[in-house]
Ligand binder design. Structure first.
Ligand SMILES: [Fe+2]
Length: 216
């Protein structure tokens, strides 16, 4: 999938919200997580060129649709979500961002899905300010939809998935990549002197509701 890149207009945000609601509205905590990630992405969009902002917010709405029953295929939610979007004609940048959100390539390598994920291999989906901003929004939002420090988010993720999980095996490579993405986006905020309250998340609550969704 090496088509030329084009940026969808603002229409894509409303379309993405509607699709996300159709697929995740009844998923409890996951829907609350999605709503907060989208809201944070809308603020993070300020650090990006204007033409990229709708793509970021739309991808935030859709980043976890791969968990929905109607979307699930391989069981690897970034890939399943991206394939679902590609098959339905969504812009390649949206499917690509969903495929690669939050360091998915590191987990795909552990799960033997590297080749499949490479169908969405444009570098802008994997690294750089746009991909970093989506990772920042996801990795600073708890599974229940609360703003959270990214270190606490990663620790919670490793605890929920367990020591033998693909996430845990991938973590020596994925963890530093997530930190780098979060740090890059935070620095972009600071360099633009955006409100300091935005990039500084509230601490994680002592106990999230249980059971928490297995968000990557
Ligand atoms: Fe997420």
């Amino acid at each position: 999938m090496t088509e030329s890149r084009s940026w969808p207009g603002p229409w894509v945000v409303e379309a993405a919200e509607h699709l996300a609601a159709d697929l995740l509205r009844n998923s409890g905590d996951r829907w609350e997580h999605t709503r907060t990630v989208a809201a944070r992405a809308a603020e993070a969009a300020e650090v990006l060129p204007a033409e990229q902002r709708p793509a970021l917010v739309a991808a935030a709405w859709l980043h976890d649709i791969g968990y929905a029953e109607q979307v699930r295929g391989t069981g690897f939610h970034p890939l399943d979500g991206a394939r679902y979007l590609h098959q339905r004609g969504w812009p390649p940048v949206i499917a690509g961002l969903v495929a690669h959100h939050s360091g998915a390539r590191f987990v795909a390598a552990v799960r033997g899905l590297e080749t499949e994920l490479a169908d969405f291999a444009d570098p802008v989906y994997c690294t750089g300010p746009l991909a970093d901003a989506l990772t920042w929004a996801d990795q600073t939002t708890s599974p229940c939809g609360r703003p959270v420090d990214h270190a606490a988010r990663m620790a919670d993720m490793l605890h929920r998935h367990g020591p033998g999980s693909a996430n845990a095996v991938a973590h020596p490579l994925r963890g530093p990549a997530l930190v780098a993405a979060v740090t890059a986006t935070r620095r972009a905020f600071l360099s633009r002197r955006l409100p300091a309250s935005f990039p500084v998340p509230r601490p994680a609550p002592a106990a999230e509701s249980s059971p928490a969704p297995a968000l990557g």
